[in-house]
Ligand binder design. Structure first.
Ligand code: URP
Ligand code: ZN
Ligand code: ZN
Length: 435
């Protein structure tokens, strides 16, 4: 078991930072403050953290490792994905059970739990609802009561494969509401997108960048409005994943102010990259790595999202890590954008991207970064008794951030497994060590 004495670091918690020592016994933080070295048990490590920031381990509540799709599984499995997470300061993951249509939720959960055992860090599972009928409806409460499931996930997009309709979502939320569990929703209007895709294909507009054209901002904001309204009607708490638009953030902020129980998440790629990646002049193979749903938006959206990190609109920055190789996976859709597997990688970079482009550029504080990437996800997903804080009694998931280092992101030095990297060439400040 882990015994450590970390001296001279600056401890960063969501509510405050202070220069203090930290003592760990048997994998738990036992003391913070001015600590005598003699308190370290035998065989313990002494770490001098002078000049470094000490953060609670990151919690990424939205990743898709080995996500099955018609183009094959997402390119990181639980082993490689969790290694990449740890390399980037994330020590706890939440992935998803994605039942096949016709499969029982319970059976899918058992399968996915087995798969997730390969993770090198704790990996919890949200229960995906990929179709809706009486059998599935009957499974919800038993999963909460006997399997400890506390979060469900529904997609309003992807109607042809894993999506469900708004009326099915309402039934799900009605069942979940009295249990205290949360429903997470991918907010994109699947019907509108399907219609637009058909029109574009019929006009021979098949190139990858049309993926984004078929998913304009209204497809997200309309779905967010629908879900907020369903939350009012059912009193079910909702967690809106990967918000990409400024208008979506505005709707959520207004809903929060009116007392609706809504949590909101955005992702580093929506904060840092924009729709210039979809230019018609860009070679199709360079566009493929950036195909995700919802797509990248405008620089005005980006500014609104950064503002939303500070004004309480957003609770979480998660990665939605779901990379696919460009060669052999994404390029299946080179001549038909509807066949491109959706998703991008980022599990390895969340902390350092937020540190470099958020904290060091004065957009968010270090405390806010810890709130968005660790403390708040711990609270929302039931881990706040043991994770998300550097304080006595909490797990010793400890990240050392040394600000004196710099790295250029590249597929050549990445830990994640993918033949492309949407952040290629960007500078990262700070080196991360998990203690
Ligand atoms: O494009 C994305 N986001 N792929 C991963 C699955 C999802 O929709 O979250
Ligand atoms: Zn999604
Ligand atoms: Zn996702």
């Amino acid at each position: 078991m882990k015994n450590m004495f970390i001296k001279n670091g600056i401890l960063i918690n969501a509510e405050e930072s202070r220069k203090a020592d930290l003592l760990v016994h048997d994998g738990k933080i036992v003391e913070t403050g001015t600590i005598a070295a003699g308190e370290l048990p035998e065989n313990g490590r002494v770490i001098d953290a002078e000049g470094c920031r000490i953060l609670p381990g990151g919690i990424d509540p939205h990743v898709h490792l080995s996500l099955p799709t018609p183009a094959g599984n997402s390119s990181d499995d639980f082993l490689s994905g969790s290694r990449a997470a740890l390399a980037g300061g994330t020590t706890t993951l939440f992935d998803f059970v994605t039942p096949r249509r016709g499969q029982s939720l319970h059976e899918a959960l058992v399968e996915r739990r087995l798969e997730s055992e390969r993770s090198r860090c704790p990996c919890h599972l949200h229960m995906g609802i990929s179709e809706w009928n009486n059998e599935i409806a009957k499974e919800i409460v038993p999963l909460i009561e006997s399997q400890g499931i506390t979060s469900f996930k529904a997609y309003l997009a992807y109607q042809e494969t894993i999506g469900i309709t708004p009326s099915a979502l309402k039934e799900l939320m009605t069942i979940v509401a009295p249990t205290g569990a949360t429903v997470m929703v991918h907010c994109e209007d699947g019907d509108m997108i399907s219609k637009l895709c058909k029109i574009l294909l019929s006009e021979c507009k098949t190139r990858p960048f049309y993926h984004a054209i078929a998913r304009m901002a209204e497809t997200e904001t309309g779905a967010i409005s629908t879900v907020l309204e369903l939350s009012v009607q059912t009193s079910c708490p909702v967690y809106i994943v990967h918000v990409s638009t400024g208008e979506g953030a505005r709707l959520i902020s207004a809903a929060k102010q009116s007392g609706i129980k809504v949590f909101a998440e955005t992702c580093p790629h929506y904060l840092l990259l924009d729709d210039s990646r979809y230019g018609a002049e860009i070679p199709d193979r360079e566009v493929l790595p950036c195909i995700m749903s919802p797509p990248l938006r405008t620089t005005e959206d980006q500014s609104a999202l950064w503002k939303g990190l500070n004004d309480g609109t957003f609770d979480v920055v998660a990665t939605d890590h779901c990379p696919f190789n460009t060669y052999g996976q994404k390029d299946i859709g080179l001549k038909d954008f509807t066949r491109i597997p959706n998703g991008v990688g980022g599990i390895e970079y969340r902390t350092r991207l937020l540190y470099t482009y958020g904290v060091l550029q004065g957009r968010i504080s270090l405390e806010k970064m810890v709130y968005l990437t660790s403390s708040r996800p711990a609270e929302i997903f039931g881990l706040s008794h043991s994770k998300g804080r550097l304080a006595p009694g909490f797990d010793a998931d400890i990240v050392l951030l040394n600000p004196d280092f710099e790295e250029i992101i590249s597929t050549k030095n990445q830990v994640q497994k993918c033949d492309s990297n949407i952040y290629e060439g960007m500078t990262l400040r700070g080196r991360i060590t998990i203690l």
